[in-house]
Design a protein around this ligand. Structure first.
Ligand code: ADP
Length: 374
């Protein structure tokens, strides 16, 4: 705004820009006498905020303007100020004429004569009511969040214990069924109709499948419970996993491309399981029309490593990209499986503080990514 424009406003003395700055500032300014601790002058913003006229407020001792709760602090600050200490962003509480209070940040600077003696202070109050309100609502939200996190952790623990107990207890009746079935088969070897042997076969198959499922649930509920974090070398683990699959890799001519993998802070047994599941799936869900190829690597990202296991297999309909990470969720029934491997992977990655997801491989097949914090 130039002076001509200023003239058109109703500011008292538009030519005296310092006065305008002082009185119309959004901050509260005042000067305090170092000897008497009384207010020598202040701006209009301060008068308005405290509900006094300038006549009423000038000459008041500063202690009359602060809430009693912070008098001790004001005394210490004032003493320090007289000794030359800097007062910067001190949180205090101011009392208005009507008795109401509000929080401020006080900063003060000494104005000295040429002998270095303090003539008065140039002090500034900043009203921080809004900041304090935000702070307190943030605190409340944080408390609520912490409470929810605790409840969730407790629920998770209960659920894991439940899974453990249920799967543990399911084993006993299953063993009984298996035992009794064996006895029936032994006792009635020759005098049962041939179809019965087929039925026995079905029952045995179902029992074996049930055993496998119970074992995987048990394994799932125990993930990370007893493990300790340590420096893990994924390259070594990948070699071990590939040794486990050596027969399939050889028989099915699987081409494996390994990038150098970074060492991470993690749970080694679980990391083994993670790579085992992903590599196992990459081998299992291959497209018979092409030579299976698996690529494993890691990309350096800010704060984390992004590992990937890429294949050129049958690929995944991205409609199921979330579903496949849930327990017992399978998309393709043409391949054998329990539908638990990826749920296990998700739990392991989350145990490490990372994320896991799948994308369609840009050529053919799928690519599983997971992150591990550095
Ligand atoms: P399972 O392999 O026992 O079926 P998972 O939990 O490991 O169980 O996988 C869930 C489903 O995700 C699979 O049934 C399959 O449909 C899909 N899937 C997993 N990995 C791949 C992959 N590499 N390529 C294509 N589909 C996959």
């Amino acid at each position: 705004m130039n002076l001509h424009e200023l003239e058109k406003t109703n500011i008292r003395d538009p030519y005296n820009s310092h006065e305008v700055l002082y009185h119309e500032s959004p901050e509260m300014f005042m000067s305090i006498c170092p000897k008497t601790a009384k207010l020598i002058t202040c701006n209009i913003t301060l008068c308005k905020a405290l509900g006094y006229t300038s006549k009423e407020i000038i000459g008041k001792n500063i202690f009359e303007l602060y809430d009693e709760s912070c008098h001790d602090r004001v005394r210490t600050l004032f003493k320090g100020f007289l000794k030359g200490n800097i007062v910067e962003n001190e949180e205090l509480v101011v009392r208005k004429k009507d008795g109401n209070v509000f929080p401020v940040l006080l900063s003060a600077k000494a104005v000295r004569n040429n002998k270095g003696e303090i003539l008065f202070s140039n002090s500034c109050w900043r009203d921080i009511t809004k900041i304090k309100e935000l702070e307190s609502s943030l605190k409340k939200s944080n408390q609520l969040l912490n409470q929810k996190v605790k409840e969730l952790a407790q629920k998770n623990k209960e659920l894991e214990q439940f899974a453990y107990i249920v799967s543990h207890d399911l084993n006993t009746p299953l063993r009984n069924i298996k035992g009794v079935l064996n006895l029936i088969q032994e006792d009635s070897e020759s005098d049962v109709p041939p179809t019965w042997n087929t039925y026995f076969g079905y029952i045995n198959q179902s029992v074996a499948r049930m055993e496998r499922l119970i074992d995987t649930i048990l394994e799932f509920s125990k993930l990370g419970v007893k493990s300790e974090k340590q420096l893990v070398d994924p390259s070594l683990i990948l070699n071990e996993v590939l040794e486990d699959f050596a027969l399939e890799v050889k028989e099915q001519n699987v081409m494996v491309c390994k990038e150098k993998l970074p060492k991470v802070n993690g749970y080694s047994v679980e990391f083994h399981m993670l790579l085992q599941n992903l590599i196992g799936n990459a081998i299992k869900f291959q497209n018979k029309e092409r030579t299976p190829k698996i690529e494993v690597g890691a990309i350096d990202q800010e704060g984390e490593w992004m590992f990937y296991v890429k294949d050129n297999g049958i690929g995944i309909n991205l409609e199921y990209k979330h579903k496949i990470f849930s327990f017992f969720k399978r998309v393709n029934e043409d391949f054998k499986g329990t539908g638990i491997g990826l749920a296990q992977c998700k739990k392991i990655v989350e145990l490490h503080g990372g994320r896991i997801w799948v994308e369609r491989n840009k050529d053919v097949g799928s690519c599983f990514y997971f992150t591990i914090p550095k």
